[in-house]
Design a protein around this ligand. Structure first.
Ligand SMILES: Nc1ncnc2c1ncn2[C@@H]1O[C@H](COP(=O)(O)OP(=O)(O)O)[C@@H](O)[C@H]1O
Ligand SMILES: [Mg+2]
Length: 271
């Protein structure tokens, strides 16, 4: 392509903002979903737990400002500490750094009733004014393709994105839309996580596909290199509800955590 000529298939390029000079941020990975309630926050939080168990320094930026659930999932509370013009994230018991709008509120059941531009500004501040020290920063995105999602995609230097869906008739469309958005914004989709994909019969262990079977090739069809399924598992909801996700020990998301770590090694940023 000729230098300076715009590519009409890509979103306009905006200069990236950078984390503050006190921060160390290795790779930024966005966790997205086409709609709410599919387990995006669980996926962000448990990926953080898995990467931490692999020995990496990990942080979670809770970008779902009006539906923040990261602090609750880890059983941590604010307030965050501000020193000068910087804020320090709260650390979980295994040392995962967390920043969330809920850690700024006087009462954690207060709602945030703000307009889009203010939400986007806060997310930018979570990136530029928080002192992070992490190899991986996972961003728990709000569902869909609104203002805040665009801010994350255009302003942060994202290494990759993970897409979370649940099995349903629209899954192909949701994956297609997200794959197109990621392509327009030049961020590679690394893994497709299908959550609540099936249940196991508690008596005989047989797999039951309550929503029918999703085509296993759907990820490949959309150029996503990894596909992983997570069943309905009551251990997940009970550990999340108790704020004890760091004590949950199930094999889900191992492949996706490994894919994130391997992609980072390829780029030589994280050893
Ligand atoms: N595979 C699963 N099995 C059982 N419960 C799950 C599973 N995935 C998520 N949950 C529970 O479902 C609820 C919604 O998940 P959440 O991660 O908050 O969704 P989202 O962030 O997409 O809105 C939470 O209570 C969570 O603990
Ligand atoms: Mg959520």
């Amino acid at each position: 392509m000729t230098e300076g000529k715009a590519d009409s298939t890509k979103a306009p390029y905006l200069p990236k903002t950078e984390p503050c000079e006190k921060s160390h941020v290795g790779h930024v990975v966005a966790v997205l979903s086409g709609k709410g309630g599919v387990g995006k926050s669980f996926t962000s939080c448990y990926l953080a737990v898995k990467l931490r168990r692999m020995g990496y320094k990990v942080g979670i930026l809770d970008a779902d400002i009006t539906g923040p659930s990261v602090p609750f999932t880890f059983g941590v509370k604010g307030p965050v500490v501000g020193v000068g013009s910087y804020f320090y994230p709260i650390k979980s018991k295994t040392g995962i750094e967390i920043m969330s709008s809920n850690l700024l509120l006087p009462h954690d059941d207060d709602p945030i009733v703000w307009r889009g531009p203010m939400l986007s500004t806060l997310i930018e501040q979570f990136y530029t004014e928080v002192v992070w020290d992490v190899d991986f920063l996972l961003v728990d995105m709000p569902p869909g393709t609104g203002d805040v999602s665009l801010t994350v995609f255009q302003k942060m230097r994202l290494s990759s994105a993970i897409l979370v869906t649940s099995p349903q008739g629209l899954v192909d469309l949701i994956v297609e839309k997200s794959a197109k958005m990621a392509d327009m914004l030049s961020v590679p989709l690394l893994s497709l996580v299908e959550n609540m994909a099936y249940v196991r019969c508690p008596d005989c262990g047989r797999r039951i596909d309550i929503y029918g079977k999703t085509d296993r090739d759907i990820a490949k069809k959309h150029g996503i290199p990894n596909f992983e399924e997570i069943p309905f598992d009551e251990k997940i909801s009970s550990f999340v509800d108790k704020g004890m996700i760091e004590d949950l020990d199930v094999p889900y998301l191992d492949n996706t955590a490994k894919a994130i770590a391997d992609a980072a090694k390829d780029e030589d940023i994280v050893k």
